[in-house]
Design a protein around this ligand. Structure first.
Ligand code: PLP
Length: 437
């Protein structure tokens, strides 16, 4: 089975102990429903595996995957740290009362305002990405008479694709300082001259939706090669090694991710080897899972509408959402699995394709899916929409954004309201029409 949920006596899909059909009656559709106990379970799989290994660690939730006040409250409660990439994400974290010392700021084009906000709020760490930021940050720190811990984001020349890794020499990436061409070392040297900035270690992030550990192991080796050189040349000791996110999850039955702790075990094992090889102290390890914390914990509930059977070609079933609440299929042909939530136990008798309702033929959620007989007004539940679903949602065709519900142990709570039409025009201003000849 490609999802962690079950069905009740009425044959309805249950999420977080709550009947999803009841939820659609209460909150409407499209609706994101998160099983909060699964968020906790995923978070603990990472945190506890580090604990068991006796390794100091921070598990920083990449909040771009799904950021809201309620979500960040749960992340805080589960002792996660937090990655933010913008003032909006930082603002949300502050509103949620997230401990500032566990917030890290990322981004390949951090603005003066973003860096200033991070400095003013004393966040834990800034991940420096480019030379421009070094100057900007040192100016801002001087102005505020403060210091800041930073990691240097480096590109190790490893591109992880779901099942294979490409070793490149000079990496062609908009993120980070390249290791191979010496720019990372040049940045490090520059930073040695700036007293207000403390380079506590290195960061790399090799990709997303990765199912194997080899890429991470290669990245650890590459980082230690560099740290070995910097130890010799500058007597540098890295306190922190941040190995990024990208841990794969199951979207369809074809995906076979490792248990989350398995990624941690592989990282810890390789760091241990390298530490011995180079005669270094074991650093604190940071990781940055986004998708692996929330991805499999939510479903999106839609109501089915028009059904178009084109004989000998295909049967289209349209739902009341689409690329506005789940951009991933249109953006990169992402695959999803789903079930008719009000007939979750019924035998599968036909094959249909699920269409969104936007004016784009690319707005398809699922191609060729097996279903029981679908009728107008059924509820479709798409699995594994917890990451990069709501967070990428948009206003194309002026559809209001969906609502989000948290369900846990049989109780449900609205945590993001459905947008209203007034919300859609809230920032619109009328044009002062004058007679123009
Ligand atoms: C996107 C991103 C992550 C999270 O990626 P997931 O695939 O959601 O785990 C972590 N770190 C960085 C730097 C990222 O850009």
């Amino acid at each position: 089975m490609s999802h962690p949920f079950h069905t009740n006596e009425q044959g309805h899909l249950v999420v977080g102990g709550v009947d999803t059909i009841d939820l659609t009656k209460k909150y409407g559709t499209p609706l994101f429903v998160y099983d909060v106990s699964l968020i906790r379970k995923n978070a603990r799989a990472f945190v506890n595996t580090f604990k068991k290994a006796g390794v100091r660690a921070q598990v920083a939730y990449a909040s771009k995957a799904f950021s809201s006040i309620a979500m960040l409250q749960v992340a805080k409660q589960e002792n996660l740290s937090l990655d933010v990439v913008s003032q909006g994400e930082l603002y949300t974290a502050l509103q949620a009362g997230f401990p500032v010392d566990r917030i890290h700021l990322h981004g390949n084009n951090k603005s003066f305002e973003e860096l200033s906000m991070a400095v003013q709020h004393n966040i834990g760490c800034i991940v420096l990405d480019n030379f421009y930021e070094i100057e900007l940050l040192s100016e801002i720190l001087e102005k505020h008479d403060k210091t800041m811990d930073v990691l240097l984001r480096v590109t190790p020349g490893i591109e992880a694709h779901t099942h294979d890794y490409i070793l490149t020499g000079n990496e062609d990436s908009k993120f980070g300082f390249d290791l191979a061409n010496g720019q990372a070392e040049q940045a490090f040297e520059m930073l040695q001259e700036i007293d207000s900035i403390h380079v506590i270690g290195l960061h790399c992030h090799i990709g997303s939706q990765i199912f194997e550990t080899d890429g991470f192991v290669m990245a650890v080796r590459r980082l230690f090669e560099t740290l070995g050189e910097w130890k010799q040349a500058y007597g540098y000791r890295s306190q922190v090694l941040n190995l990024g996110g990208g841990f794969g999850i199951r979207y369809t039955a074809e995906d076979e991710p490792l248990p989350l702790g398995g990624y941690v075990d592989a990282l810890v094992e390789e760091v241990q080897k390298q530490v011995e090889l180079y005669g270094m102290e074991f650093p604190e390890i940071w990781i940055e899972p986004g998708r692996a914390i929330v991805g499999n914990t939510a479903v999106t509930l839609y109501r089915t509408g028009s059904i178009k059977d084109i004989p000998g070609v295909r049967k289209y079933v349209s739902v009341d959402g689409g690329m506005t609440d789940n951009l991933r299929p249109a953006l990169y042909q992402a695959k999803y699995d789903a079930v008719i939530a009000n007939k979750a136990d019924a035998a599968l008798t036909e094959k249909v394709s699920i269409a969104g309702k936007c004016c784009e033929s690319g707005d398809m959620l699922i191609w060729d899916m097996e279903v029981p007989e679908v009728e107008y007004g059924d509820i479709l539940a798409v699995f594994s929409t917890g990451a990069y679903g709501y967070s990428m949602s948009n206003h194309y065709n002026r559809f209001p954004k969906a609502a989000v519900v948290f369900a846990e142990q049989g109780e449900d709570q609205l945590v993001i309201q459905r947008e209203s039409y007034e919300d859609l025009t809230r920032n619109d201003l009328p044009y002062d029409i004058k007679e123009r000849v």
